[in-house]
Design a protein around this ligand. Structure first.
Ligand code: SAM
Ligand code: DTB
Ligand code: SF4
Length: 324
């Protein structure tokens, strides 16, 4: 059944432990709850982005400590991918600080990276900003497993955070990704000063995407000095758990991914999020530019909770349904 905004609001307002219990039941009905997908992140083109996203360290509209770097060579990216695989990741996500892929030569290199990463037996994910239909098809033909393009917040709040593109632009790229048959990774950021109503609207929009995203990253704002959101009020940790739980109930077959902001959370808070249905994380010392919980602390966390990395050849229920 397609949830209405009122349904999502009612779910969101459920007492927290009832909500976590419900999400845990949904999680266990659809997944092996002892498995967590491990995904490595690599910034392949850093900084100097012309967009003005208020949270982002890589926008040239903000004065942050990030040093710009040109598009990496394919071989250097593959070196990182091999290391990520050796460290246990099954998915490799590459991010570029672009409004969208810039020029045919850069795009040809991107396609090489996709083929190379797939050739290593890893899932390949890209996040390159807005795509044309032709670019989406070319990425699909190169074997891209997933494309990350977040809605980030509600349609209503989006204009407070970004002015150089719109929520509708994001939806257009999302449509092109789906049209090309690429799995979609689409989520948002919480803790940007948005209201609970904005979070409800975001979760409702994510749940009503057709098809539902294969992966839903829940980013907790990393306040970056020099960005307009550097002083944002830190988000209550239980509000974060609530968002994870609502995403799990509404998107039962999707990976719910604990993304940015995990580094500043206690093991106990992360354990509650796994209980609430999270089943994917980004691993490694850095996200794109911000620090991440490192390999040692993640290995200790997973071991103490009795969780393990998901096997490389395992497919999500979404992918399985598609090929049945
Ligand atoms: N330029 C592309 C785009 O905007 O889609 C890809 C890279 S962008 C950095 C990918 C996502 O990272 C954003 O949509 C946002 O959700 C997340 N992100 C970026 N900076 C963040 C921050 N400081 N805290 C939390 N999430 C962040
Ligand atoms: C997503 O939703 N989160 C990741 C990934 N997709 C590309 C990126 C998080 C970036 C955090 C801030 C930084 O590292 O600069
Ligand atoms: Fe550019 Fe993406 Fe950062 Fe926005 S979020 S400034 S589009 S890199």
């Amino acid at each position: 059944m397609i949830p209405t905004p009122a349904d999502v609001r009612a779910l969101y307002k459920t007492p927290l432990l009832d909500l976590v219990h419900r999400a845990a039941c949904v999680h266990r009905a659809h997944w092996d709850a002892s498995e967590v997908q491990l995904c490595a992140l690599q910034s392949i083109k850093t900084g100097g982005c012309g967009e003005d996203c208020g949270y982002c360290s890589q926008s040239r509209h903000h004065d942050t400590a990030v040093q710009s770097e040109p598009l990496m060579d394919t071989e250097a990216v593959l070196e990182r991918a091999r290391a990520a695989k050796a460290a246990g990741s099954t998915r490799f996500c590459m991010g570029a600080a672009w409004r969208g892929p810039a020029g045919p030569r850069a795009f040809a290199r991107i396609l090489d990276m996709v083929r190379g990463v797939r050739g290593l037996g890893l899932e390949a994910c890209m996040t390159l900003g807005q795509l044309t239909a032709e670019q989406a098809r070319a990425l699909a033909d190169a074997g891209l497993s997933a494309y990350n393009h977040n809605l980030d917040t509600s349609k209503e709040y989006y204009g407070q955070v970004v002015t150089t593109h719109t929520h509708a632009d994001r939806l257009e790229t999302i449509g092109r990704v789906a049209e090309a048959g690429i799995s979609l990774c689409c989520g948002g950021i919480i803790g940007m000063g948005e209201s609970a109503e904005d979070r409800i609207a975001l979760l409702h929009r994510l749940a009503t995407l057709d098809p539902q995203p294969e992966s839903v990253p829940i980013n907790r704002l990393v306040p970056v000095p020099g960005t307009p959101l550097e002083g944002a009020e830190p988000l209550d940790v239980f509000e974060w758990v609530r968002c994870v739980a609502v995403a799990r109930v509404l998107l039962p077959r999707s990976f719910v991914r604990l993304s940015a902001g995990r580094e500043s959370l206690s093991p106990e808070a992360q354990a509650l999020a796994f209980m609430a249905g999270a089943n994917a994380i980004f691993v490694g010392d850095t996200l794109l530019t911000a620090p991440n919980a490192g390999a040692d602390s993640d290995a200790a966390l997973l071991a103490s909770l009795g969780l393990r990395g998901r096997a490389p050849d395992a497919r999500s229920p979404v992918q399985r349904e598609r090929t049945l």
